[in-house]
Ligand binder design. Structure first.
Ligand code: BDP
Length: 706
């Protein structure tokens, strides 16, 4: 009897403390948990007594369904969907209106407006997808606890094509993926449509992503077979109601591999015909197919240069193959030919001269920086240098060079940094954002792409904070004027907690996290000193690799005099690729911002920097303070424990422990290695690492065993 009572008591206690539902992260920022404050719930409930939607189309059903799910969850009471409002008031009305406008301007086709009318809250736009976006905007208002009273706002996307690029392979692996395997289950498609696809589409729609490149840029020809086109069409059918089109990365030599042709020369009539027929086949299966993404003559991939043609010849032929269909070609500028000088300049040298030679349906896709998704890069000099060509900005959400899924790094500030960089293409204010959104050069097409960090892990992104990077990308793609801190705060409230002090703590952590990572890995403008191939951990001593520009020494150029890559006129002169105003900003080692210093200058170890410290002392200090900032992250995270789901909290706690350990690897490896050149002790009060360089090398080399 006693035992039974104890057992009962135990059961009751467990039920009382355990949250209603353990938070495994699957619901992302679309949690819709009941608002704890009853008064607030009631307040919202007064404006959301019903949802009026006359539409029966899949998109309008998605909109009303999402509102019903979200509002019912948040308010803790059923909110019915009714056909029309009739004389009822106090509800949410969905209205597609071809004339919809805001502030005297017609809305863009995807733009939405929320306003009050006869005591109802109207969500309107010129298209169904616009209304769907508006529905998510309304939910966001409630999720972030903003008032609905007298709501009146509108929003248009600034960039037209807002794409995720999946680097997913046909066999289910993901190139540079750290969150499990691909979410696309090719062997089950087209018959088997995992519910997860719909949740993926919902998440994308909630942040305005409207296109999905399904497969890796190192593409398999298999996606262009009839079998796979059928599978892709099935996926397209799931994404379509949510406003997302599918695109494919294509393998340049597909006409040879699949078509049996002797060549893939873009000027060959048979090759042209093959692609035209393939495009027709694609559009027959997927009427709203988005188009092609191409990695050609890059890192061993075939391309038009194999036939002495250039990138424009290749891209234009593909664009023409699309014929009358509304598709585009995104041709990547991520190229660097072996043995032709500073890698920094190579994409520019190949692409800039082609400006004006591309078909109107071609966009050139440029990575944010000139090298390769480093933790901090100056903006690519192609931005602002190709006025006649619409450029797609490509950023990487998967943390290939930013600590995989064990380092907490919020990428909002990185993405904002490049968007806000001023190219001076048409005078001051010609930011990368304005080059990309088409306003600097009046382009009809504009696009932005994020390399996805999404995989089969239950929480989608491995590190729970990786979700914030997916989220921030979408929000900035829609409106690049939003601040990264505001987005971090929004995501935190929607995903983790709305308790004000915890929101402040978490937002602060997120906002500072990227600079912390830079400090303990590549301070002062160091770059590309990570582990070979795996791109994880430090390997500044790497001196031999498949190509010189895959080593670390190529980039840091440490010697007895100093450190850094001289890219001024006395060095590779890559700086000359930028407009004079930019050159002025970065050209003088005395005034160059410290974040970019070693990107452009070889600086003496004893050179005094603007901080008052010598280069060596500053470098060592940054490695130490950077690694110690992880302790700060840990402390902050510990503080918010009462506000967070216990499982999620424990997950990140463990990841932070790993991050601290790996930050110390970076610190010790880099400080000890560079010290062999600087030949000076660490400045006080820094205590020397407790291990030797040989020991750290062993550790890292073992890590990289394949
Ligand atoms: C590099 C990656 C490689 C990609 C390549 C690309 O290491 O896996 O294929 O970029 O963007 O960063 O094409």
């Amino acid at each position: 009897m006693l035992l039974r009572n104890v057992f009962l008591l135990l059961l009751l206690t467990v039920a009382a403390v355990a949250p209603a539902r353990a938070d495994d992260g699957y619901r992302l920022w679309l949690k819709y948990d009941r608002i704890a404050d009853a008064a607030a719930r009631q307040q919202y409930a007064r404006s959301a007594q019903f949802i009026a939607s006359a539409g029966t189309s899949p998109t309008l059903q998605a909109a009303s369904g999402e509102l019903q799910r979200g509002l019912s969850g948040l308010l803790g009471q059923a909110v019915p969907v009714v056909g029309t409002a009739g004389s009822r008031t106090g509800g949410v009305v969905l209205r597609v209106d071809k004339q919809a406008s805001a502030n005297g301007q017609p809305l863009k086709s995807e733009g939405y407006r929320l306003f009050s009318e006869k005591n109802n809250l109207v969500i309107t736009g010129r298209t169904e997808v616009a209304v769907l976006y508006g529905a998510f905007a309304l939910l966001r208002q409630v999720q972030t606890r903003q008032s609905l009273a007298g709501v009146n706002f509108s929003s248009n996307p600034r960039i037209d094509y807002r794409l995720l690029n999946h680097w997913d392979n046909q066999n289910g692996t993901i190139e540079r993926g750290y969150a499990g395997s691909s979410i696309w289950q090719w062997y089950q498609l087209p018959e088997g449509l995992a519910p997860r696809y719909t949740d993926y589409a919902r998440a994308n729609a909630s942040i305005g992503i409207n296109g999905v490149v399904i497969n890796n840029v190192n593409a398999s020809a298999r996606y262009l077979t009839a079998e796979y086109i059928g599978k892709v069409a099935a996926l397209a059918g799931v994404l379509r109601p949510y406003g997302q089109r599918v695109y494919l990365s294509v393998f340049w030599a597909a006409p040879k591999v699949l078509g049996g042709l002797p060549t893939a020369d873009p000027l060959d009539p048979q090759v042209k015909q093959w692609w035209a027929a393939k495009s027709e086949e694609l559009y027959k299966a997927i009427p709203d197919f988005g188009g092609f993404l191409v990695k050609a003559n890059s890192e061993g991939e075939p391309g038009p240069q194999d036939y002495n043609r250039n990138h424009a010849d290749g891209a234009n032929m593909l664009a023409q193959s699309l014929g009358r269909h509304d598709g585009v070609v995104m041709w990547r500028a991520f190229v660097y030919k072996a043995g032709s000088g500073d890698r920094f300049k190579q994409a520019y040298e190949e692409f800039q001269p082609l400006d004006g030679k591309f078909d109107p349906k071609v966009l050139v896709q440029v990575k944010n920086g000139p090298i390769d998704f480093q933790a901090r890069e100056p903006f690519s000099p192609l931005f602002g240098a190709m006025p006649k060509t619409p450029l797609v900005l490509e950023v990487q959400l998967t943390q290939e060079y930013l600590g995989f899924a064990t380092h907490l790094v919020y990428l909002g500030p990185l993405i904002k940094e490049v968007l806000e960089a001023d190219t001076y293409a048409k005078g001051a204010g010609s930011t990368v954002a304005k080059v990309v959104d088409g306003t600097v050069d009046q382009h009809a097409l504009s696009a932005i792409a994020g390399v996805a960090n999404i995989g089969s892990d239950r929480n989608w992104t491995g590190h729970p904070v990786g979700q914030a990077n997916w989220y921030a990308f979408g929000r900035l793609a829609w409106d690049h004027t939003l601040s990264s801190a505001a987005i971090a705060q929004e995501w935190t409230k929607m995903t983790l907690t709305t308790e004000p002090a915890a929101v402040r703590t978490l937002t602060d952590m997120l906002v500072k996290s990227r600079n912390i990572y830079v400090r303990y890995t590549t301070p002062l403008g160091l770059h590309h000193i990570m582990g070979e191939s795996i791109h994880f951990g430090p390997q500044p001593w790497l001196a031999k690799a498949g190509r010189p520009d895959w080593t670390a020494v190529y980039y840091h150029k440490a010697d007895s005099i100093g450190l850094g890559f001289d890219r001024t006129a006395t060095g590779s002169n890559a700086l000359a690729l930028y407009k004079p105003e930019v050159q002025k900003q970065w050209g003088n080692p005395q005034t160059c911002p410290l974040d970019y210093l070693l990107w452009f200058h070889h600086v003496g170890w004893n050179q005094r920097l603007s901080t008052g410290r010598t280069l060596w002392n500053e470098l060592a200090t940054r490695y130490y303070t950077g690694a110690d900032s992880v302790l700060w992250l840990q402390k902050q995270w510990a503080q918010v424990r009462p506000q967070l789901d216990p499982a999620l909290h424990a997950d990140v706690t463990a990841r932070l422990q790993t991050q601290r350990k790996e930050a110390l690897w970076w610190r010790d490896a880099c400080v000890l290695y560079f010290q062999t050149y600087a030949r000076q002790p660490l400045p006080a009060p820094l205590a020397p690492p407790t291990r030797t360089l040989a020991e750290v090398k062993d550790l890292v080399n073992l890590y990289q065993l394949r």
